[in-house]
Design a protein around this ligand. Sequence first.
Ligand code: GLA
Length: 377
Amino acid sequence: MSLQSGSKTWITVESPGRINLIGEHTDYNRGLVLPTAINKKIFFELRANGEDKSCTVFSETYNSHLEFDLDKIAKSSSTWENYILGVVNEIQKRGKTLRGFECRLKSELPIGAGISSSAALECGLATGLNALFNLGLSKFEIVQLSQAAENNFVGSQCGIMDQYASVMSKSGHLILLDCLDLKAQYIPADFGSCKILLVNTKVSHSLAEGEYNTRRAECETALEIIQQKNQEVKTLRDVDLEMLNSFRTQLSETQYNRVLYVLEENSRVIGASKNLKAGDLRKFGDLMYQSHYGLRDLYEVSCKELDFLVNYTEDKEYIYGSRMMGGGFGGCTINIIVEDKIAEFEKEISSAYEKKFGFPPEFITVVAGEGVVVDRD
Ligand code: GLA
């Protein structure tokens, strides 16, 4: 897709959103995740504008212009602007020299759907600027600085999963990423006669951001309590069920539940990866359901719309697994569904959801795609 044609000096970037099959809220707990990029993207065009400091960014999606100077980067009151400004800030913090640029972007990723349009925005811009000004940043540095932009400028203490998936994914594969040592294993995204269907609740409850940082803090406090008596424990990866249970009375019920969820989710990711490699989709899907129940009951990041969508699939033989995806409190469920049942299912769940909530959900069929790609016209 081209937003503008003609000049040879434009650089184009395609930066994908991501899905996560299993391993939710585990990345910042140094656990395991199983994400991949998808075939839905943000498209960028960038060129140097010949100016020293002055930059412009136009978002077709927000129908919004942003103008700023490279030596006067400050936080904005608009979130999408902070993704841009945060990336520029992080690049400059690393001693890299930028010059004035013009950027136009257009997104086919729904906002707030939990498919990480924010990481796509950050990683796409960072990749484009890296190519445009020959900054010499490695892919991994782009992942890290994009995450830092979100942590420092937007204020979400997110983990590394979304940016990693947006940059490092390989078409047709899932990434089994260990967020402790950042070792990745690529697993073929082979779902046989099934497809991956996202069902978007179309709600994004405003508590999401605050609650996200709260969950992270709860886990960190629980870890500190456990560390007081176990100095060898560095992260929740060093904690097992027996050790957790020995802290039953020293942790609050909430802290206990959060850690229990994380331990169980990590072992579900290992199990699910094995099941997928062995082609056992039924077991893989069962673990997706277990993940949802843990997120709902122990980690408490689901909501009634997500629960409704997951519950609705439970007695459907042609659906192997379903769970909420991403940070929670809205956004999408991810479903593994037999391809020729998709139309029937969409019709049925659409009317049930509309009857309950007053508006229909949205459906997005996705495949495992390639990470961010940059090209010169
Ligand atoms: C958001 C964050 C990720 C991850 C997920 C939950 O998408 O950006 O780092 O924590 O939530 O798994």
